[in-house]
Design a binder for this molecule. Sequence first.
Ligand code: AOF
Ligand code: ZN
Length: 355
Amino acid sequence: MYTDEYYMQRCLQLAANGSGHVSPNPMVGAVVVHKGKIIGEGYHREYGKAHAEVNAINSVKDKSLLCESTIYVSLEPCSHYGKTPPCSQLIIDSRIPKVVIATLDPYFKVSGRGINMLKEAGIEVKTGVLEAEARNLNKGFFAAQQENRPYIYLKWAQTRDGYIDRARVEGKPKIPTPISNTYTRMLVHKMRSEVASIMVATNTAVNDNPSLTTRYWAGRNPVRLILDRSLRVPSDYQVLDDNVDTIVFCEKAPENNNRKRTSFVEIPFGKEMIPVIMRELHSRKINSVLVEGGALLLQSFIDAKAWDEAYIEVADIIFESGVKAPRIDGVLIDDKEIGCSQAIHLSNVEKYKIL
Ligand code: AOF
Ligand code: ZN
């Protein structure tokens, strides 16, 4: 006989298949177990489509076994009519006598109500199985529901002597010197495919003309966020190609904007900047952001303590001079070698509050 953790682990594994397809909804997985044997599996595959429980229950071939089964779900079954009907009602109607849940749904329309519905129908409910793991899987969803802001990741690559770019000589073209290698670049693109948005400031957009897409990883492109106070990014640059949803934060929006997927949002550029942007993203249901550069922008997030996790690649390269990497203090989550780079993963001790 396997433990509850074993089946919940399978739920989390299934849930993760929804990565990049379900945001702003959470990734959720479910399995139906009859006498120790998994007889049904499902996960939330796509935003607006069927929830995990629906797919798991539908996948059970012999429905007569449901009345002797347990359903494991990585998030409290919902109790509301959203884009889909309530999963708790489906579980009740399916006569499943026991439900094992990893974590409560923080969404105010559900939180606790799903469990109450089940209990009132006489169903045995167990919660808290692999709770931390389940919350960890949906950091953006939990930040949005509980902190009213997106989950903030910082990311940069620096040399061993602490530079993120070569010095720029006025009037001379920049000699590109990549700090990341083929493998770590691919990992960055994987990370991009897993976040809802990605942010850079004017200098990065102007100097590097990046496309900020997930070219090296199959997955969804995040919304591009460009901080361009005086609209200095040339209109024929890649971030303004209108191929990907893009928001340009600026002081004064252009009078005419014919682009379909690119919008201009006016914001103040002082101390209020980060909270204003965070509120704007939250209102657009963008529940995670990856801040990629440049150094000044990253430093302003660090100084405002407006970050949750930071990924720093330290390549075995020496520049001797150039643009200094940001300075950061955080709790070390992981520090490992990736090829000839060191990958440092930090977390912030203080939870950033925008209100
Ligand atoms: C579940 N199972 O697999 C998921 C749940 O608009 P809807 O109908 O898709 O509802 C979205 C909300 O449902 C979402 O905010 C979260 O509270 C919950 N997600 N619930 O029972 C699932 N993905
Ligand atoms: Zn549901």
